[in-house]
Design a protein around this ligand. Sequence first.
Ligand code: PLP
Length: 394
Amino acid sequence: MIAKKMEPYLKNNSAIRMMFEEGNRLKAKYGADKVFDFSLGNPNVPAPAEIREAIIDILKTEEPTKIHGYMSNAGFPEVRAAIAEELNERFGTKFTENNLIMTVGAGSGLNVCLKTLVDPGEEVIVFAPYFLEYGAYVRNYDGVLVEVAPDTETFQLNLTDFEAKLNEKTKAVIINNPHNPTGVVFSEETIVRLAEILKKKQKEYGHAIYLISDEPYRELAFDGAQVPFVTKYYENTMVVYSYSKSLSLPGERIGYVVIPDEVEDSADTITAATIANRISGCVNAPSLIQLAVARCARAKVDLEFYDRNRRTLYEGLTKCGFTCVKPEGAFYLWVKSPVPDEKEFVNAGKKYNILMVPGSSFACPGYVRLAYCVSYETIVNSLPEFEKLAKEYF
Ligand code: PLP
């Protein structure tokens, strides 16, 4: 018999599988080019050529025992040093290899942070809408997830409700910038205000409240939007990064956590996080891809590809009458459902072979998410179908 703790996940898993199978069924029936599948955040842009070249070169030139062997649980020191240098160059920070732990993507990085910080019963605050896995990750450590209501005017952080939700049991707060699912970039002003509240509450409660900044979409920002580097604004910050989206490497499972020296008890925290990486069963992040990303620390995916999709989809849907949040980052468009029950809207979309994810999958009903990390043709060909869908409502 499976653990009781796992039972709720089975139901949720079948909902995701049903959505996936529905997409496959429609593609088999009408042809893949006639189905407009905006459901998955799987990048459609190939990884930069440098990555493949680096992998090939590493295999030819480095010692096999090094490439495929165990290393420090935090990752290769020279890999961490190369990434620290790149961060320092960009953000004026002073990180060394000791501040970085290479992880199995952002998912694992978040688990490392939560395992390091959260005791059973302690609270972790998240802002709706949010990446639903956060709930599972917090429950992994018997933490309690506390949701802040969305600010449906701007989809910036709702700091009024945040302040009301903070209490003595709050151990950590997770933010995600640029944002999945809204495509919003939280401004410097928002981060400054968030930091002020946290500093005030730390003083009031007499203990640290940690800010975990989940940043797999950091490099995907458009129209000159600046993504604030949060360690500059709040000392007790851990940054979680991933190459899944920024270099189109989701299957390689590679990312890192930054724990600055300014974090309270930083030496113990960094050691605990390194151990958390090991005892989660990951041991260390995959070795070959660690070496490859270090060589390509300054590589970039083709941002213009996403930007063209973003502009075309946003303009197309707005023209049809839909209300969309202007996306400035990541590769998601957040659209207000024209009817209160967004699942009804998602079902109506299926008549036109349009697949969208209901906002309730991100704890924010009344909206839908479109992942525009698809081909440009899919975007262009979907617009006449969105027009037909719009005519049902406007
Ligand atoms: N955090 C957010 C907000 C995400 O959207 C995702 C993946 O979609 C992740 C974390 C997990 O990323 P990774 O593939 O690096 O584990």
